[in-house]
Design a protein around this ligand. Sequence first.
Ligand SMILES: Nc1ncnc2c1ncn2[C@@H]1O[C@H](COP(=O)(O)OP(=O)(O)OP(=O)(O)O)[C@@H](O)[C@H]1O
Ligand SMILES: [Mg+2]
Length: 352
Amino acid sequence: MRCPPASRPSDTVRRIQNRFNLNERFAAVTGMEYAIVAEDLTRTYKSFVPGSPVKAAVDGISLAVRRGEIYGILGPNGAGKTTTIKMLSTLLTPTSGLAEVLGLNVYDKKNIRTLRKRINVVSGGERGLYYRLSGRQNLEFFAELYGIPKKEQKTRIDELLSLVELTEAADIKVENYSRGMKQRIHIARSLINSPEILFLDEPTIGLDPEISQGIRSLIKKLSDGGTTIILTTHYMFEAEELCDNMIILSHGTIVGKGTVEDIKSTISGVSSMRIVTEKDPSDAAAVMICQKKLDVSTSRLLNEKYLTKIIMNNAEEEFAVIEESFRPYKIISIGVEEPTLEDAYLTLVSEG
Ligand SMILES: Nc1ncnc2c1ncn2[C@@H]1O[C@H](COP(=O)(O)OP(=O)(O)OP(=O)(O)O)[C@@H](O)[C@H]1O
Ligand SMILES: [Mg+2]
C-alpha cells in the first residue's frame, strides 16, 4: 500500500515554488504534485590526491520532480549524476542545500528509514544480488528484508517475475543468468517494496539493443503505473524516448533543464549539416574549424565515402561557404537537419 502524500506544501517546497515562480493555485497542490524538490544541493568530496582542496561533485543544483514523471539526469562521466542519485535516495548526506523526497527532509535521520521503505535504487554494475541463489530466492530474501507478509510474498514475487519476463528462469541460479536477465532481476528486486520513486542509474548500460528496448518498455510500464522514475543515462535516444523532463549536468552544475524540446530550443538557430563526399575532406574541415570556429567532425563510412557533420550557427550565411569549400571533394549528398538532443547536449556540455 502506498503512503498518503503530504497534504500541504512544506516550507522547503514553498521556498522552491517561489524560486520557480509557480502560481498560487498550483502551489496549493504542490505537496502532492512533487516527488522531489531540491535547492542548491551540494556535495563535496575530499580529493583523491592527498593535500588537494575538496572538490564539489555536485555544486548547487536545484530541481523539482513531479510525481509520476520520468526525470532524466544526463551528463558526461564524472558530471555528478550518481552523486545526485545517492543524495536523493538517502545513501549520501548532502554537504549543503535543501532536499525533500516525498515531502520528507533527507537530512533528518528519522526520515531515512521511512524513505527507504518508499523508494528504491538500481545502480549500474553487478552488485546487489546473491549469485548463488536463484532469481526467485533473491526476491524471497529481499521480500523478507522489507517485511512483506509471508502470505503476500508468493503472489508479489510471481507478479514481479512475470513483469520482468523471468518466470521460466525463476529457479535458475543468478550466476547463470545473461547480463540482460541479471538487469531484469535487479529491477524486479527494486520493485519488491512497490517504491513510489525508483532511481535507475544507467539501467541499460552494456545491454544489447533488443534487451535495452525491453528495459525501456518496462520503465514506461512502471511510469504508466504511477511510479516516479529518476533515470541517468548516456544514451540521448533513451532520454528522448523516456524522459518527461531532465537536467543536464556538467562538472556538478546544471547546464540545461526542461523537456526534450526545451533543451533543443537552447540551441535554436543552430542546425547541423551532413555532407557525404567521395574524397577525404579533412583539409576543408580543418579550415571550417580554425577560420569559421565551427564544430566539425568527419568519419569514414563503410562504403569508403566520407561523412562530415557540421554544427552551423547561422545556416543561411554559412551553407553556401561550406558547400563551396567541400565541392572539390566531390559531394555525393548534402543536407541540413534540425538540431537533435545530442547536438544540444554536446553544445551545452562543451560550454558548461
Ligand atoms: N567517494 C568519492 N571520493 C572522492 N571523489 C568522488 C567520490 N565519488 C565520486 N567522486 C567524484 O565526484 C565526481 C562526480 O562523480 P559521479 O560518480 O557522481 O559522476 P557520474 O556523473 O555518475 O559519472 P559516470 O557517468 O562516470 O557514472 C567525479 O569527479 C568523481 O571522481
Ligand atoms: Mg555514475
